[in-house]
Design a binder for this molecule. Structure first.
Ligand code: B12
Ligand code: SF4
Ligand code: SF4
Length: 256
């Protein structure tokens, strides 16, 4: 079943990228146990969404990672603002992920299963800078990777890419989280390149400061207004691509 879903996503991307500037690598897929995600209510907040909000007999959440290509990521290795390629890839990928999810849902429904996206997945609280649907945590539960000091979930293919999820009542055995750390700092105390690279000092051994990070994302959003804006509405003061990614592009964990 995992192979079938992987192929659905892969085939969709290959067709989709005929019409976009951004191109992508091959996706990785995992299944998070829908019953175990209740812990997110304690870990994150009581408002965090549950698979059962959408499908009462949900069994798993399909989590997948779509890697960027190294050539695109390398355009964003340098200091300063993000590269235009990075900003465009962010917007094009967000639109594509919704289209992929709709396609997966259609394919599952054709086979007689129920499937849905969570309604909280496409937004986040602009003051708290927290979403009620953590794509990363669900992907972690689905065994896709471990967290790095850059706060990214690092997969077997690296961390330079994006995650999405689809809830379903498919009859499959869920995956388990991985245990071996992929971050060099966490596994051996070496590296720390992401913390040195961050222009806002948002990454330290003590953790991630999302408000400092957001300042940089807004600086980019003021400049990159031509590629769309996944997370803003027209009435917001800054209405562009909220990106940065200097703690990802060019890092040793970006592509594995
Ligand atoms: C809001 C948001 C932001 C905000 C606030 C930052 C933040 N909260 O992370 C801003 C705009 C600043 C931002 C910045 C960026 N973002 Co952002 N963002 C989101 C969004 C929409 C919600 C994140 C959130 O609040 N989740 C709820 C909180 C509670 O969960 P969480 O952030 O996932 O945190 C979990 C882990 O960090 C975890 N954790 C940390 N260490 C460990 C260790 C263990 C063992 C465990 C169990 C958990 C754990 O604790 C939390 C619960 O598990 C997600 C998409 C989504 N809906 O998930 C993308 C997302 C997190 N962003 C992403 C990216 C790529 C970026 C940027 C690089 C920007 C860019 N594209 O250029 C930067 C990177 C910042 C950084 N170093 O984290 C990707 C991350 C991909 C990856 N490989 O992990 C995501 C998942 C989008 C996607 N669809 O792929 N982002
Ligand atoms: S750059 Fe180094 S320290 Fe930072 S997450 Fe990657 S491996 Fe870990
Ligand atoms: S995205 Fe930029 S500002 Fe945010 S943590 Fe990474 S390097 Fe720092």
């Amino acid at each position: 079943m995992k192979k079938w879903i992987q192929e659905i996503i892969e085939n969709f991307i290959r067709e989709y990228e005929q019409h976009t500037e951004t191109k992508w690598g091959s996706p990785i897929v995992g299944f998070a146990d829908a019953k175990k995600l209740g812990e997110l209510k304690e870990l994150v907040s009581p408002e965090h969404g549950m698979p059962q909000d959408m499908i009462s007999d949900a069994t798993v959440v399909i989590a997948y990672f779509v890697p960027f290509l190294k050539e695109m990521a390398d355009t964003n290795k340098f200091e300063g603002l993000s590269s235009p390629e990075w900003a465009q890839a962010y917007e094009e990928t967000n639109i594509m992920l919704t289209a992929i999810n709709e396609h997966i849902i259609g394919e599952l429904k054709n086979k007689g299963y129920d499937a849905a996206m969570h309604h909280e997945a496409g937004r986040f609280n602009k003051e708290k800078l927290i979403s009620n649907w953590s794509q990363r945590h669900i992907a972690f539960e689905a065994g896709l990777g471990t967290f790095g000091m850059n706060n990214m979930l690092i997969t077997e293919k690296g961390c330079c890419g994006r995650y999405s999820t689809v809830i379903t009542n498919l009859d499959v055995t869920p995956d388990s989280p991985q245990v071996a750390e992929r971050c060099l700092y966490k596994s051996s105390g070496k590296c720390g390149a992401c913390m040195k690279k961050c222009p806002k000092g948002a990454l330290t051994p003590e953790g991630f400061d999302r408000h400092k990070c957001y300042e940089m994302c807004l600086e980019n959003a003021e400049v990159y207004t031509d590629f769309g804006s996944s997370y803003t509405t027209d009435d917001e003061e800054i209405n562009g691509s909220e990106v940065c990614g200097k703690c990802v592009a060019g890092m040793p964990c970006a592509f594995l």
